[in-house]
Design a protein around this ligand. Structure first.
Ligand code: HEC
Ligand code: HEC
Length: 392
């Protein structure tokens, strides 16, 4: 068990956030509290936030030398321009290789109680060590090349000495991981129109369609049962894993064989990170890959819905292109296209919703009210959106 002390992000982190979120500099009254609607950021007791550590993590996050061909950094797949995603169905790693899963946003990942779609890493520190050595991401055989760089590059030497008081052999991947995680914990963002409406009582923050959509979100749509909203904050995730009928149909008839083969490979020391990101079918086993429980087949972590309008395409396999396609998938009772066979492991919480066309549109409008102002600005400025993205 790791000890977590929950600390309020103070002025320090707010300043660091202003540096990392383009656009946040021109603070409008509406954006005055960028953390509105969020709970305190959980900070591990052994990795406190400091401005120097956050700045070091920022540099590491953007360093493409930590990949076999020198082209792939964390920011390749988690780019500010796309609200810390890559806007692709599947991410592209070194030498143009593609994996099996859609890159989730790093914004607010600090609040998750486990990392990755299947929760296979408990925290951001553990997560950050995987991509450089994943065969379809960074492609390095081990972490040695990274340590070589941070132990010899003059800027890194200086920064690691200042932040952790370590150099040379004392400088390990744990220090690198802690700095990156620290940077990620500064990328937190609330204050969406929904937050101003719900937590600040500003009834004009949502338009009429969004207000109707909110009622559907907490009522007939039952979205809130997994994408949770509390009295004083909303993370839009229950931190649990559910099978909502995505990707699983492709392996439905093959589950017993696949599950058996996966457990065998794992027992022989096979690396879960490697297997699920390189083998499409194993990827669809979902949370099963971590817990070995049959009931977890095809189950994935409930993702936050904050900034969801900026992070298409959707779901662990990026198979749904628009928010409207997502809502239709739920309305169909967990299948796309409508009428397809419902999978054997579908969550009991997923049933046909009987929403009308107009209600579907209202729900989509509500989801667009979850965007934090600084990311909306960053994305609009950097990459004009395709028109007709959410066309009705
Ligand atoms: C080649 C693209 C790629 C690179 C490079 C990459 N990621 Fe990711 N990232 C992904 C994908 C794809 C996932 C989802 C994988 C999964 O869930 O199995 C992911 C998941 C994550 C998550 C989990 C978020 C969540 O919702 O659970 C975090 C945090 C993250 N990456 C941070 C990083 C950091 C830090 C680095 C650099 C050390 C990095 N990523 C490098 C593509 C990439
Ligand atoms: C039973 C729990 C559950 C319910 C109910 C539920 N969701 Fe989800 N939601 C999930 C899970 C789990 C995922 C990820 C599934 C995957 O990728 O396989 C998800 C994914 C999403 C995504 C895509 C997120 C992304 O980053 O790609 C959106 C959007 C979404 N849900 C909206 C909704 C809406 C709107 C409703 C109500 C109509 C709803 N959800 C109801 C659990 C749920």
């Amino acid at each position: 068990m790791r000890l977590l002390s929950v600390l309020m992000l103070s002025i320090t982190a707010l300043l660091a956030q202003a540096q990392t979120a383009p656009g946040a500099a021109e603070v409008s009254p509406a954006a005055a509290n960028p953390l509105r609607g969020l709970p305190p950021v959980p900070i591990p007791a052994d990795n406190p936030q400091t401005p120097a550590k956050i700045a070091l993590g920022d540099k590491l996050f953007h360093d493409a030398r930590f990949s076999i061909d020198g082209t792939v950094s964390c920011a390749t797949c988690h780019s500010e321009k796309h609200a810390f995603t890559d806007g692709k169905q599947f991410s592209t790693g070194h030498h143009g290789l593609t994996g099996t899963r859609n890159a989730p946003t790093v914004v607010n990942a600090a609040f998750y109680t486990s990392q990755f779609w299947d929760g296979r890493e408990p925290d951001l520190e553990g997560q950050s060590k995987q991509p450089p050595v994943n065969p379809v991401e960074g492609g390095l055989a081990n972490h040695e090349p990274i340590l070589q760089i941070v132990r010899t590059d003059p800027d890194y030497k200086k920064a690691f000495t200042e932040v952790f008081g370590v150099t040379d052999a004392k400088l390990t991947m744990d220090h690198v991981a802690r700095a990156i995680a620290s940077f990620e914990r500064s990328i937190v963002s609330g204050n969406s129109p929904f937050d101003r409406y719900y937590f600040q009582g500003d009834k004009s923050a949502l338009n009429a369609a969004q207000q109707r959509g909110f009622q559907l979100f907490i009522g007939q749509g039952r979205c809130v049962s997994c994408h949770t909203i509390e009295n004083d904050h909303a993370l839009f995730t229950d931190s649990k894993f559910h099978n909502i009928g995505i990707g699983i149909n492709a392996i439905q008839d093959d589950v017993p064989r696949l599950a058996g083969a996966f457990l065998e490979a794992k027992a022989k020391g096979g690396d879960v990170d490697r297997i699920v990101l390189t083998d499409k079918k194993s990827s669809e086993l979902g949370r099963f890959a971590v817990t070995d429980k049959i009931t977890a087949i095809g189950a994935f972590k409930t993702p936050t819905l904050r900034n969801i309008d900026l992070t298409a395409p959707y779901m662990h396999d990026g198979s749904l292109k628009t928010l409207k396609e997502v809502v239709i998938h739920y309305n169909n009772g967990g299948v796309t296209p409508a009428g397809a066979k419902v999978n054997d492991f579908l969550s009991g919480g997923i049933r046909p919703l009987n929403l009308t066309e107009a209600q579907i549109d209202d729900l989509v409008e509500f989801l667009k009210a979850l965007t934090s102002p600084q990311f909306a600005q960053a994305v609009t400025a950097a990459a004009p959106r395709e028109t007709g993205h959410e066309s009705h």
